[in-house]
Design a binder for this molecule. Sequence first.
Ligand code: ZN
Length: 340
Amino acid sequence: MLIIDCHGHYTTAPAPHQDFREAQINAFKNGQPLPDRPHISDDEIRESIEQNQLKLLREREADMTIFSPRASAMAHHIGDEKVSQQWTEACNDLIKRVVDMYPQHFIGVCQLPQSPGVSISNSINELERCVNELGFVGCNLNPDPSGGHWTSAPLTDKSWYPFFEKMVELDVPAMIHVSGSCNHNFHATGAHYINADTTAFMQFLQGDLFRDFPELRFIIPHGGGAVPYHWGRYRGLADMLGQPPLNEHVMKNVYFDTCVYHQPGIDLLFNVIDIDNILFGSEMVGAVRGIDPQTGNYFDDTKRYVDALNLTDEQRYKVYEGNARRVYPRLDKTLQGLGL
Ligand SMILES: [Zn+2]
């Protein structure tokens, strides 16, 4: 069995990449031409991966990470569409280089060149480039490019439909993933992320998106935000709002990862949510990097919690490999091409 982590970010990209971003933002602020992308050597990439994600992957006895650019740095609210486009291409191309160096261990998921007030249709070209030319298997879709002000229409609004049509055509899922917060009420990883996960789920509950797109698939990360804990509330709201039961209305299309950083949370997730809707993920190296003084293990070493569940072999296969192959068919094809 393969252990596939569906949620990893290149949070350790070589310094010139971030320097370039800062130069880009400064140029935009000062009305100057945007800088050229920096030269980053293979050795710099190798070092940044082997000392971090790959090291932890091996230590935790996982095989592969579905890998995307650093989410908090997408920062779609900074600059304008052109800035976002250039930054996004640079981030995605860097992911492609990692995947080419370690095809057994990383497979790409792209960032999108979203920008507040700009149509999501303008992100279709980059999705196509990443899937068709770079071999990526999914995307991270930001439901709030404004960075905490929620100025976009809900995900069920028809303005999103052209992008969803392309996702279905390419047969790729999206992870719902906000970025940094510029609203000081919302800490990015502590509040904004979890809010967005919960908000997206409620939007799907209220709307009828999956009636229009029965093949569309979303991963709601961070264990589904507050949703599993409040499952009774959402089941009750579906009933109150005259919607079908959640397992028909939402859960044929929505999956949660296991980025929940303690055992009781994982226990609850698996108690409440059907095993077919749970994908192993750790968000490594990501949001919470420290060691839990209560256990002596990394908070984000989520495999330990899943392993402690006494799942059957079939259940383990689903969470670690089977569900990921099903939700990301292009991953399945790529793995088959590698003889896996
Ligand atoms: Zn993430």
